[in-house]
Design a protein around this ligand. Structure first.
Ligand code: ATP
Ligand SMILES: Nc1nc2c(ncn2[C@@H]2O[C@H](COP(=O)(O)O)[C@@H](O)[C@H]2O)c(=O)[nH]1
Length: 206
């Protein structure tokens, strides 16, 4: 029997660099974990591809998915729905592979309740002015949306204490390295390792 994979959750305020850091992680090296693509009702930004960046869908389709029990978690974030399809996460974890989620804080807290043995990482900006520069510099939102996201950022930073780790995204390289170290050390935690040995002992006992 395969040991169930580990769920890794990365959150942090809009514009802190979650997507950039996550993409760098997958670009740098072949990883032992896979990224779970979220569903959203948000319109694609230029360059975003359906089925790669998100599964883009209508509000009706998203609400149908919720009604069908198809979401591990979901949240309304600044006028849109975002959520994690349950089936892919379950199948991948059952196959023994780790799954990486990049989601906002309310969704992360839903996952925390359902999967308390997950690893919850909060990505922080070096300071609030860098956060504002990053979200504005990205150029993907109008001023009204940037203001809404900045207000939300303050609320989100207050949620940091609900997480297991805080990682500063000062440089992308540093942030990737810090997350790698967290994942490596989480794999060495006794509750995760012991199941394999208990199985071995079970075999020896027989
Ligand atoms: N360490 C960094 N130093 C400087 N700029 C950065 C850093 N990390 C990311 N950025 C820049 O900040 C902007 C926002 O990054 P990104 O889109 O990855 O944020 P995000 O947290 O995924 O945002 P959202 O939650 O809104 O999707 C991008 O223009 C990106 O290039
Ligand atoms: N609760 C969830 N939040 C998600 C999911 N996928 C992305 N997100 C978060 O939404 C905001 C906005 O994203 P953007 O792409 O419009 O900038 C950001 O914090 C994402 O991390 C999800 O499946 N569930």
């Amino acid at each position: 029997m395969t040991t169930r994979g580990m769920l890794i959750v990365l959150s942090g305020p809009s514009g802190v660099g979650k997507g950039t850091v996550r993409k760098a992680m997958f670009r740098d090296k072949k990883r032992d974990f896979v990224y779970s693509i979220s569903m959203t009702t948000r319109k694609p930004r230029p360059g975003e591809v359906n089925g790669v960046d998100y599964y883009f869908c209508s509000k009706a389709q998203f609400e149908q998915e919720i009604a069908n029990g198809g979401m591990l978690e979901y949240a309304r974030y600044v006028d849109n729905y975002y959520g994690t399809p349950l089936k892919y996460v379950n199948q991948t974890l059952d196959a023994g592979k780790d799954v990486f989620l990049e989601i906002e804080v309310n969704g992360a807290m839903q996952v925390r309740k359902k999967c308390p043995d997950g690893v919850f990482i909060f990505l922080t900006p070096p300071d609030l002015s860098s956060l504002k520069k990053r979200i504005t510099g990205r150029g993907s939102e109008d001023q009204k949306t940037i203001d809404k996201r900045m207000l939300k950022a303050v609320e989100e930073i207050k949620m940091m204490r609900q997480y297991d780790y805080a990682v500063v995204n000062d440089t992308i390289r540093n942030a990737v390295h810090r997350i790698e170290r967290i994942i490596e050390s989480e794999h060495l935690r006794v509750p995760r390792v012991i199941t394999q040995y208990e199985k071995m002992i079970g075999v020896v006992k027989k």
